[in-house]
Design a protein around this ligand. Structure first.
Ligand SMILES: Nc1ncnc2c1ncn2[C@@H]1O[C@H](COP(=O)(O)OP(=O)(O)OP(=O)(O)O)[C@@H](O)[C@H]1O
Length: 236
């Protein structure tokens, strides 16, 4: 399906993944709408990263049906830049097209790193490296962005900056996203919908009823946080 058309970007039905005798995903059903941001929460070891890898096409041993219409890109917790390639070459990696150089420059501009194209990854801070990882995803013009704890390794201030950057990029490009996170506030700030993975299935599927722009001190935020924490069996 061409970008811009209505409908779901991703549908998954009965996704199952077993490691040895351990059933990690036991019939996952989900949909992600075009341009929708979906957060995926769940206890440690509940299978969030496994599900993300399946949807990214990085795990060919899962069974069930899962389809994404259009292109995908993945951002992990670690930036995964190749240290022997300059920043711009890292952003361009695996992408083709006559206008690639301009696209790389634009992506670096969008993440605020116009000046760093010729730098080596070792010359970047942790926050800058993660910005490059986002530029590398953007240059692919994804219909679905898969994010596995993308801000998890950042300090609190950088995390807030990157969350704001994510919000701006999404508003401009209208990609859909699946955001794996441990952070309930992050899920409520960024997502249209929150899924909770438990015992190998999607145990909860909640729309986030908060208006945008969102803030942790806005009315209603605390009540949503308490509701989610209680679904996650965490005392608040
Ligand atoms: N390659 C693998 N081989 C064997 N077991 C695996 C493999 N990958 C994941 N698992 C197991 O699958 C389960 C789910 O792991 P996964 O990384 O998907 O959880 P998660 O919800 O992302 O956890 P966390 O929040 O701690 O990152 C765990 O029990 C893990 O040990």
């Amino acid at each position: 399906m061409a970008p811009g058309l209505a409908g779901d970007v991703t549908t998954a039905t009965g996704v199952r993944r077993v490691f040895g005798t351990t059933v990690v995903l036991d019939g996952v059903d989900l949909t992600i709408g075009r341009g929708e941001v979906v957060a995926l929460l769940g206890a440690s070891g509940s299978g969030k990263s496994t599900l993300l890898r399946v949807l990214a096409g990085l795990d060919d041993e899962a069974t069930g049906t899962y389809t994404t219409h259009g292109s995908t890109a993945v951002v992990f917790q670690e930036h995964r830049l190749l240290p022997w390639k300059r920043v711009s070459a890292n952003v361009a990696l695996g992408v083709r097209g006559g206008d690639l150089r301009a696209r790389v420059e634009e992506a670096l501009h969008e993440v605020g790193l116009t000046e760093k194209g010729r730098a080596w990854p070792a010359e970047l801070s942790g926050g800058q490296s993660q910005r490059v990882a986002f530029a590398r995803a953007l240059v692919r013009r994804p219909d679905l962005l898969l994010l596995d704890e993308p801000f998890g390794a950042l300090d609190a201030l950088n995390r807030l900056r990157m969350q704001a950057l994510f919000g701006r990029l999404r508003a401009r490009h209208d990609f859909a996203a699946l955001l794996v996170t441990h952070d309930v506030d992050e899920a409520l700030l960024l997502a249209d919908r929150v899924l909770v993975l438990d015992s190998g299935r999607i145990a909860e599927d909640r729309k986030v009823p908060l208006p945008r722009p969102r803030a942790v001190d806005a009315p209603g935020f605390g009540a949503e946080r308490r509701a989610l924490l209680s679904l996650l069996n965490v005392e608040s």
